[in-house]
Design a protein around this ligand. Structure first.
Ligand code: GLY
Length: 576
């Protein structure tokens, strides 16, 4: 009997060990709903989006309201003074992408952030009015609404205006950030701004100035922001603070429909953002380089799975730094960069024995390609970010990522209008080879030019499985956006995690340069860290933390929706 129970225990342990490498034993599901869902960085924003859907609005109506509710409740990244990208999939399978990325002002020039010796002037592209790109968010939400929206803009903005007027409850995390940024806000703005260390957790924060701006937008529409009173006041404010954006810059701004990047991985179709975001293209390159390996067999956060992904990441980020920029200014060889043979060739030096040193990696060779860069727009139209995922009760899906770039953007707060302004100009390559705030190296394809859009890493993504809607996913996190979206998809598809587990799972990141793996602190076993070290990887535990906060929706087999709201922030799912 005793021997039998010992054998039983042994069998159990063996099974548990082999299972460990495939399916997580305890399954933790996020919120599940039957019809519709919104997942965003704030409960109030998700709720407003959900209520718009409940009123009969569709995913694009909910996008409008959620984006503006984030501008009220999440000034860290939610915005009127920034820009973003959106990828959609309609219930009939039609897909598309919208680019509402900021643009360089007309007076911008290639060397505007360099001194007379050609060195980058610290902080000039990151802090204050000179760092601000022409905002695109209002143009973006109106463009999406004009094509697909079903409820009037006044209806969409009504609950948002009420939220700004009546206030929202400040969270602990928010208070901590207000306190942390208080002194830089005061320096940049020359006075204390309403977001400061005295705004404590659980207090109610009202933003009357933003409510007034939103009321004017509700009344006069998109043009209020680009040519109306708001435009005039915004330009006056920016100029007073030393910026170069003019009324002409605002008047010229247009959001652009783009073809999304699409690719296959096993039985998945992935639909993601195209340039001027590098997100979709890098994600596609990495996933296609990883696809030949049996990732599920290695197990989540196993040494082998990390090795394959990290090496593919290095190669993709090396291509990113050379080939990518605004497609209206530079010819990007998208098909060549996604060619199977090209990617196979790129990955040919991969080995489980040791890493490929980053300094021996360069961008790939494309014999039939010559880069052509324009200094001017060729046609008339020309951490911190936030993401929200929406599936409506009609089966339409929206994946949108929006940003001010840094936390609170340039830290410049237009107090009479009630919003922060971006520092997106830092996403250009101020000088080839010199890293930006995310440590990303850029090349001439991403050099500054008037009216040009700066390269992004935002990766709003929609995944189909067997041609049906399967996942809506995205995240903030600067350069770590792409690798966090990658890991989330892999966690579900390869490692059978629930949506919430996939979002909660620890993250790692490599971006070619610097040659180091950034790993979430205290999230990985000592054993794994040692194994990586033994293989010759440099794991930098002092590198800036990975700031990704993934918000995603998974369609389960029976059609139920599962939300994954990132526990790292105040993120929340809501639906019905
Ligand atoms: N500002 C972050 C990004 O666009 O990638």
């Amino acid at each position: 009997m005793r021997i039998n129970s010992k054998i039983l225990i042994l069998v159990f342990l063996c099974l548990a060990y082999s299972c460990k490498r495939e399916v997580p034993i305890i399954s933790k599901r996020g919120l599940t709903t039957e019809n519709a869902m919104v997942v965003s960085a704030r409960a109030e924003a998700s709720k407003i989006g959900r209520n718009i859907l409940k009123q009969g609005g569709n995913a694009f109506d909910a996008m409008f309201a959620t984006e503006m509710a984030l501008a009220v409740t999440y000034p860290y990244a939610g915005n009127l003074g920034g820009g973003g990208f959106m990828v959609y999939r309609l219930n009939n399978g039609e897909i598309g992408a919208l680019d509402y990325r900021e643009k360089a002002p007309l007076a911008a020039s290639r060397d505007m952030y360099l001194d007379s010796l050609g060195n980058v002037i610290p902080n000039k592209s990151t802090v204050g009015a000179y760092a601000v790109g022409v905002p695109g968010t209002i143009a973006g939400i109106f463009k999406a609404h004009e094509k697909f929206g079903s409820l009037p803009v006044e209806t969409l903005l009504k609950p948002v205006i009420a939220l700004a007027e009546n206030g929202f409850i400040v969270t602990k995390k928010q208070h901590k950030r207000f306190a942390e940024y208080d002194s830089i806000f005061t320096v940049v703005n020359g006075k204390q701004i309403p977001f400061n260390r005295t705004v404590v957790a659980k207090s109610i924060f009202k933003n009357k100035a933003l409510a007034e701006t939103l009321k004017r937008i509700a009344k006069y529409g998109r043009d209020e922001f680009y040519t109306g009173e708001t435009a005039t006041r915004l330009v006056e404010f920016i100029n007073q603070k030393g910026g170069i954006i003019t009324t002409e810059d605002l008047a010229l701004y247009e959001a652009q429909w783009r073809e999304p990047i699409t690719f296959k991985y096993d039985n998945l179709n992935i639909i993601s953002m195209s340039p001027p975001s590098s997100g979709g293209l890098c994600l596609a390159q990495i996933m296609k380089m990883v696809e030949p390996y049996d990732i599920s067999q290695y197990g989540p956060n196993s040494l082998e799975a990390m090795q394959v992904m990290v090496e593919a990441e290095k190669l993709a980020y090396a291509d990113r730094s050379y080939f990518l920029g605004d497609p209206d200014f530079v010819n990007i060889p998208i098909d060549e960069l996604l060619d199977d043979d090209y990617l196979k060739d790129r990955m040919k030096r991969f080995s489980f024995d040791k890493p490929i040193p980053s300094d021996s990696i360069s961008y790939g060779t494309l014999p039939n390609y010559t880069m052509e860069i324009s200094e001017h727009l060729q046609f008339q139209e020309y951490e911190e970010t936030t993401h929200y995922s929406i599936v409506d009760q009609f089966g339409n899906a929206v994946s949108a990522t929006s940003t001010l770039n840094g936390a609170y953007g340039s830290k410049l707060y237009a107090d009479e209008l009630g919003f922060f302004l971006n520092n997106e100009m830092d996403d250009f390559s101020s000088k080839p080879g010199v890293p930006n705030v995310y440590g990303l190296i850029g090349g001439k394809a991403n050099a500054i030019a008037p009216q040009k859009r700066m390269l992004s890493a935002m990766t709003p993504t929609i995944v189909e499985k067997d041609n049906q809607l399967y996942m809506v996913v995205g995240t903030p996190g600067g350069s770590t956006i792409i690798t966090s979206v990658l890991q989330t998809i892999m966690n579900v598809h390869e490692f059978n995690m629930t949506m919430q587990e996939a979002v909660d799972a620890p993250r790692f990141h490599h971006q070619w340069l610097p040659d180091q793996i950034r790993m979430e602190v205290n999230s990985f076993s000592e054993d794994l860290l040692e194994q990586l070290d033994d293989k010759g990887y440099y794991v930098n535990i002092e590198a800036p933390p990975i700031t990704a906060k993934v918000d995603a929706i998974l369609v389960l087999d029976d059609g139920t929706l599962e939300g994954g709201a990132d526990h790292r922030g105040d993120d929340a799912a809501d639906g019905f």
